[in-house]
Design a protein around this ligand. Structure first.
Ligand code: 13P
Length: 340
């Protein structure tokens, strides 16, 4: 493991005004996204879609890294260029999702644990050869009556730490993603309590696994009201409580925090990041690692039609720019009207 090299990659992923494009939807998830826009999900349609995203000129300005799925990291563009090369040519760093999704956690009804540790060392070595310099593993914590349990938090935090240690041994920067879901009708204080508990557990396990925090990125949820809660916390409250929670839990040795969007609307995800960036200075760099909040608009604009590729690229460039500005605390709602 070369910690200086890992830290260099981690810092590049959170370069000022840039963030990560999470384009690592599994084949099942991208199928659901494509169904919404009336597109049949095939290896070619997935390739065509992702190729136009990666060829968008705004990548150079606003995107530091792209998280890929196993299929995509091996795919070539229509002209035969590997998609990884197109990402590298834009100045972004290719990354790879390495978890194998969630399975029910025994004796813990309603709770799941993320799998994928078996054989991970050799998969990481292969991915490094294919160009991946960072990886992602997502733990999923649901809030509901009587959940989460300690067992669930501990099992997921332990798996995240084992994954992170394996990544660093393979000279790959681990993105550590403990996602507390925003589904449900809980209030923001409950989200705060569960997020704090999970982050404390995660950093404890990372310590025991001897993970060098300098060579990691945290990808957390924001502290936010459940989507079905009667009262929705304001942008300022989300920003304040998220930062308070992160300051309580995330050591300053961590170079950067790249939020997931988690089902927030495009503009809410941008507004929250912007409000937090305006509250600096902070011990770590804040940015985005959005999937849906970067891709919903371009997917809709494209809708699978070759004639709409330029419109899809404009929609992607706009969201990338809005979030790049939000990472600097330079966004305002009026900029939303200037769709590039
Ligand atoms: P969302 O921003 O759509 O939550 O996706 C980010 C991600 O990578 C989830 O693992």
């Amino acid at each position: 493991m070369n910690i200086a090299e890992l830290e260099k990659i981690a810092r590049a992923l959170v370069a000022p005004g840039k963030g990560i494009l999470a384009a690592d939807e599994s084949s099942g998830t991208i199928q659901k996204r494509f169904e919404k826009i009336g597109v049949q999900s095939t290896a070619d349609s997935r390739r065509d879609y992702r190729e136009f995203l990666f060829r968008t000129p705004a990548m150079r300005e606003f995107i530091s890294g792209v998280i890929l799925y196993d299929e995509t990291i091996r795919q070539t563009a229509k002209d035969g260029t590997p998609l990884v090369k197109i990402i590298e040519a834009s100045g972004a760093i290719p990354g790879i999702k390495v978890d194998a999704g969630t399975k029910p956690l025994p004796a813990c009804p309603g709770e799941v644990v993320t799998e994928g540790l078996d054989g991970l060392a050799s998969r990481l070595a292969d991915y490094h050869k294919l160009g991946a310099r960072f990886a992602k593993w997502r733990a999923v914590i649901d809030i509901g009556p009587g959940i989460p349990s300690y067992d669930c938090l501990h099992a997921n935090a332990h798996a995240l730490a084992r994954y992170a240690a394996l990544c660093q041994a393979a000279n790959i920067v681990p993105i550590v993603e403990p996602e507390v879901l925003m589904d449900g009708d809980h209030d923001i204080d409950r989200c705060y309590a569960v997020t704090e508990w999970m982050l404390k557990e995660t950093y404890q396990e990372l310590y025991y696994a001897k993970v060098a925090l300098e060579g990691t990125i945290l990808k957390p949820n924001m502290v936010i009201s459940g989507v079905k809660a009667a009262r929705q916390a304001s942008v300022q409250d989300v920003a304040k409580l998220t930062l308070k929670c992160l300051k309580e839990c995330v050591p300053p040795a961590v170079p950067g925090i790249a939020f997931l969007s988690g089902g927030q609307s495009d503009e809410a995800a941008t507004a929250h990041l912007d409000a937090m960036s305006k509250m600096g200075p902070l011990p770590w760099t804040l940015t985005f690692s959005y999937g849906r909040a970067l891709q919903a608009a371009p997917q809709k604009a494209w809708s699978g039609k070759p004639d709409n590729v330029a419109a899809g690229q404009r929609a992607f460039a706009h969201r990338a720019r809005m979030n790049g500005l939000a990472a600097l605390g330079k966004w305002s709602p009026s900029l939303e009207k200037e769709a590039a």
